[in-house]
Design a binder for this molecule. Structure first.
Ligand code: KIV
Length: 289
């Protein structure tokens, strides 16, 4: 495997953080400014999530339509700006379901063409052989179980998973299978807190929760959700740390108002010309049109 560039958080450090009980901080990122803000805030990993379909690309209520090329474009923008955080490229629906070969080919594109450090894919079962193949090609893989949005239709919508004893046990087994297949970490999405806690105890790789309770080894939230850029209904697990959509709307309304009234641009935001050069200019124009 290649040596990470200087300053990059070494991947094995994540397992050490779990051992020391130090929480791992993850946030999604889709562009260079977001990546820079997150790195400056000390975030450990940046997930270029396929939530981009909804929060960036305007698809309503589904991550399925985002393409490999769109995800490569977004991952490049993040990778150009972030130095220390580990960059996770989320493999979109269709990029790993067909065959192990397809999965490896697409995972290589994310690393080689877009600068991702690792990839993430959803599910256990059929995903296990994909994970073994990608890890076998030298690319670290993050797993993702619980609510797996690419399987939203089969799951019956964006619903909490693992609420019955049987389903919770299936999730524990899936987590252990994903660890055995070679995942370096697991996202646990929308499951009851005790299930998140039991999975976290029973695997040696770090768990990153999103609606999986406080006992996971780390947490991830979607950038637009935590900053209050998303509007409309949000899942219960989202905590908003800012209300940026309000600020953006106010600022755009103020701008539109000032352009229409002529208040913008004022002298402070305009360039001057010396009297002398202006006179020469007017003379050259000859007063005509
Ligand atoms: O795509 C994404 O942003 C994700 C997170 C919700 C974990 O998979």
């Amino acid at each position: 495997m290649s040596i990470p560039p200087a300053g990059k958080l070494p991947l094995p450090e994540l397992a050490e953080m779990k051992r020391r009980g130090e929480r791992i901080v993850v946030v999604t990122a889709y562009d260079s400014p977001g990546a820079r803000f997150a790195e400056d805030a000390g975030v450990d990993m940046l997930l270029v999530g396929d939530t981009a379909a909804m929060v960036v690309l305007g698809h309503e209520g589904t991550t399925v339509p985002v393409t490999v090329d769109e995800m490569l474009f977004l991952t490049r923008s993040v990778a150009r700006a972030a130095r220390r955080p580990i960059i996770i490229a989320d493999m979109p629906f269709g990029s790993y379901q067909v065959s192990d070969e397809d999965a490896v080919r697409n995972a290589i594109r994310f690393v080689k063409e877009a600068g991702a450090d690792v990839v993430k894919l959803e599910g256990a079962g059929p995903s296990l052989s994909r994970i073994r193949a990608i890890v076998g090609a030298g690319i670290p893989v993050m797993g993702h179980i619980g609510l797996t949005p690419q399987s939203k239709t089969i799951l019956g919508g964006f619903r909490t998973q693992g609420r019955t004893g049987r389903e919770a046990l299936e999730l524990v087994n899936a987590a252990r299978e994903l660890e055995a297949a070679g995942c370096f970490s697991l996202v646990l999405e929308a499951i009851p807190s005790p299930v998140g806690a039991r999975i976290t105890e029973r695997v040696s790789i770090p768990t990153i929760g999103i609606g999986a309770g406080p006992d996971c080894d780390g947490q991830v939230l979607v950038y637009h959700d935590l900053l209050g850029l998303s509007e409309g209904h949000l899942p219960r697990f989202v905590k908003r740390y800012a209300s940026l959509s309000r600020e953006i709307r106010d600022a755009l309304e103020a701008y539109a108002g000032e352009v229409r009234s002529g208040a913008f641009p004022d002298d402070e935001h305009a360039y001057e010309m010396s009297e002398e050069e202006l006179a020469l200019f007017e003379q050259a124009l000859g007063g005509g049109r």
